[in-house]
Design a binder for this molecule. Sequence first.
Ligand SMILES: *Cc1c(COP(=O)(O)O)cnc(C)c1O
Length: 429
Amino acid sequence: MDKAKSPVWMPYTQMKTAPEPLKVKSGKGSWLYLENGEKILDCISSWWVNIHGHACPEIAEAIYRQAKELEQVISAGFTHEPAEKLARLILTKLPDNLKRVFYSDNGSTAVEVALKMAFQYWKNKGVQTRTSFLAFEGAYHGDTFGAMSSGSRSVFNDPFNELLFDVDRVPFPSTWSDDSEILEKEAASISYLENLLSENSGKYSAMIAEPLVQGASGMNMCRPEFMKKLQDILKKHDVLMIYDEVMTGFGRLGEWFACIKSGTEPDIICLSKGITGGFLPLAVTVASEEVYESFYDDDAAKALYHGHSYTANPLGCAAAVASFGLLSENENSFRRIENIHKKEMESLRKYENLTRFRICGTIASVDFYGDSGYLSSIGPILKSFFTEKGFLLRPLGNVVYILPPYCTSEEEICMIYEIIAKAAETALI
Ligand SMILES: *Cc1c(COP(=O)(O)O)cnc(C)c1O
C-alpha cells in the first residue's frame, strides 16, 4: 500500500515516520491473514476487543439474521428485543445494586455518560457543591474531553491541555509478583485519598477508576483488597464510585467483571471493548437504582440529556447477545488462561532485562528495563521485532503484555512466551 497516496489517517500514528501498515485480508480464531500471504498471531485481541477471536461464525450469523429484520431504529421512544435482551443479560452478571442500562457507542462515550450521570446526580438531588472528580494517576479513560480530563496527562492529550478540566489524582498502588512494598504503597495511596477527602469534604461527585488493571498506561495491576478499601472510604464520604471496565469486562480478568472479582459494587460501571466480541462498536453505562432515581422525576430538566444517533443499534445489540451467549456457554475459555500464564511466565524469569512479572486473569505483562513511558525508544524496536516474526504484540512503551482472544490454544500462548524470550535473549536493548 502506498502510504503517501492512502487517504486513511491512522489513530495514534505519526504518519510520516510510521512503517507501512499491514494489509489484512481475513481472520480466523487468533490468526490474521495478510494480503501478501503471511499470517500473524493476534496476541492482544486487536486492541482488546476480539474476545472470541476473529470472524467468529456464531456472531456473524446473529448479525446477518438481525440485519434482515431491523438494522436501526431511533432509540428515544422506541425499543427492540436485542436491546432489551442484552440489558437483562448483562445485569445477571453484575452486582445486584446495578440496575439501569444506558447505551452508547464506545468506551469513551460510556465514560462521558458515567461522568455526566455522577455530576448531574448531585445537582438533581439539590447538592450544588459536588462538582469535582477524583481519578488515579496513570489512568486512561478514552479520548473525548471528559475522558481525557479524567485520564492522566500524557503525550496523548498534551496539545489539548488548556481545554481539559482538573481532577484530583490519587497514586495507584501498582504491584507485581514478589513485590515486598505493596502494603506500604496501598497505605500511602489510601492516606493520600483520605487527606483529599477530609480537606475537601463535599467537593467530589465521584471517583473514576479502572479496577484491578490500568490498561493503556502499562497494564498496572492492583490487589482486590485495595479496591475494597477504596470502596469503604468513598462510601464513608458519600462519593460515587465509577468503574471503567471498558477493558476489564467480559471475562478479561478471568471473571465476568473486575467488580465481581474484587467483591465490590460500583455505583456506575462502563463497559465496551469485548461487548460485541469485536464485531461492532457498542457500549453501556450501567447505573445503580439510586443514581437512576435522582433522574426519575416529573421535572423534564432532571432527565439525562445525552444520546447518539446509533444509540442501542440493533445490530450491535444482537452481536453482543450472541457474544454473551458464547461466553456463558464456555466460561472456561476465559477462566483457564491464568494458569497457562502462571506456568509459562516462569520461563521468562531468568532474563535480567525483564522485570515486574504480573498476571491478572487472561492478561500477563512484563517490563523491559530501559526508559519507560509510551514513547520509550524500546517500544518500536520490540514491536517491529515481533511483527517480523509474525506476532501482533504492541508494547506500551517498555511494557510487553499478552491479552489474547479466549480461543487461543495453550500451544499458541507458549509460542508467544517463546518469542518474548527470544526478544529478551537477543538483547535488543
Ligand atoms: C479503550 C479504553 C477506553 C476508551 O474506549 P474507546 O472505545 O477506545 O473509546 C476507555 N477506558 C478504558 C479502560 C479503555 O481501555
